[in-house]
Design a protein around this ligand. Structure first.
Ligand code: SAM
Length: 202
């Protein structure tokens, strides 16, 4: 895909996804920090897209670093934020491998790491593990090898063992594998994904 095609593709996704509810996996991860997910620590929304989860985190008191390599994603995030929570948001246009993730309580990557170029994936996953504070958590999704987009050159799939190896220094708190036909921004597609929460020991 050319950069223009990539931009159009993500723009269509942002429009498609803009009215959905916050992802259940993030709500679960937030609730592990405090009642109703309220916490004043630092979260990173890694591949924030239209910013629905950034807003969810801000609403519960978190300080959020929202990262995406698409200018439109950053514009959407910034446009949707009320003035009173703006001091707790930093939005940065950057690629996954360019970001300083240090001292994060929560790194959230909702369906974004499957789009990390394969040559950067292991470095990015190491940065996530090292960027978490002791007591911090990673929550996110990975595509499995039977996903419909597994052969696309902009998609990176992982086996269950590869995901578990990448986070082997953390404690697994939640794991679900989902497979079946699903309605997506690209129509009905075969879906194969793992959604995970890991905890870094204190
Ligand atoms: C499927 S969307 C998910 C967005 C949002 N987290 C959600 O759950 O709706 C993937 C996001 O990752 C971003 N992305 C893809 N590759 C990236 C990269 N190499 N660096 C930074 N962001 C990237 C895309 O721009 C897109 O916004």
């Amino acid at each position: 895909m050319t950069p223009e095609e990539t931009e159009q593709c993500w723009s269509r996704y942002y429009e498609y996804a803009s009215s959905r509810n916050p992802r259940e996996l993030l709500i679960q991860a937030m609730r592990r920090f405090g009642e109703r997910g309220q916490f004043d620590g630092k979260a990173v929304d890694f591949g924030c897209g239209p910013g629905i989860e950034t807003m969810t985190l801000l609403n519960q008191g978190w300080h959020v670093l929202a990262i995406d390599y698409q200018a439109e994603a950053i514009e959407r995030v910034e446009a949707g934020i009320p003035e009173e929570v703006k001091p707790r948001l930093k939005a940065q246009q950057a690629s996954f491998e360019q970001v300083d993730l240090s001292e994060a309580d929560l790194i959230w990557a909702g369906f974004s790491l499957p789009f990390c170029p394969p040559q950067h994936l292991s470095e990015v996953l190491d940065n996530i593990v090292n960027g978490l504070k002791p007591g911090g958590r990673f929550a996110g999704d990975f595509f499995g090898p039977r996903h419909a987009w597994a052969d696309e050159d902009h998609v990176t799939v992982m086996t269950e063992d590869q995901v578990k190896d990448a986070f082997s220094s953390l404690k697994l708190e939640y794991w679900i594998e989902q497979e079946g036909e699903r309605d997506t921004a690209m129509g009905i597609q075969h879906w194969h994904a793992y959604s995970v929460i890991y905890h870094k020991p204190s």
